[in-house]
Write a new protein. Structure first.
Length: 154
């Protein structure tokens, strides 16, 4: 499979977005106060690494089987226990900032995948990108759920 010039440029954009997400989740996991949030960020970072690996494979001409690559344990929706009450404190503000930052990155990345799905000519590549986009949306949902549980969203 040979990518067109436009597909190659879009691939670079998606790879850059995934690299940024990996970096953010790695750094934010170390900065988060709540252990639940540290775990969530670390788990999402691993899935983002899988996404980058998939993009690298597509770029090299191979479209991986996305069902075989599906992160089964991560697809389960975690249930969070409220760590923070309704009041504001520095730890809550810190963790809220980190969540807001990565949620914004997920929205951007999901939007980028949406555009790319329409631009790629190979159906199996579109399916792979669609699969990744769905996982990006799941990341956003998990972050939202954490924020809602802890009175950070809204």
């Amino acid at each position: 499979m040979q990518l067109t010039q436009k597909e190659t440029l879009l691939m670079k954009d998606m790879q850059a977005a995934e690299k940024l997400c990996i970096e953010k989740y790695n750094k934010h996991a170390s900065c988060a106060v709540d252990p639940q949030l540290k775990t969530l960020f670390s788990d999402i970072e691993q899935v983002e690494k899988e996404h980058l690996n998939t993009l690298n494979q597509i770029e090299s001409g191979t479209v991986p089987n996305m069902q075989a690559n599906a992160s089964q344990s991560f697809s389960q929706q975690p249930s969070f226990t409220a760590t923070y009450g309704t009041g504001e404190n520095q730890d809550k503000l810190n963790d809220s900032y980190l969540c807001t930052d990565v949620l914004s990155a997920e929205k951007h990345t999901s939007s980028l995948y949406n555009t790319c799905i329409f631009e790629f000519t190979d159906a199996s590549v579109r399916d792979a990108l669609n699969h990744i986009q769905k996982e990006e949306q799941e990341h956003g949902k998990k972050i939202y759920d954490y924020m809602a549980t802890n009175g950070m969203y809204g």
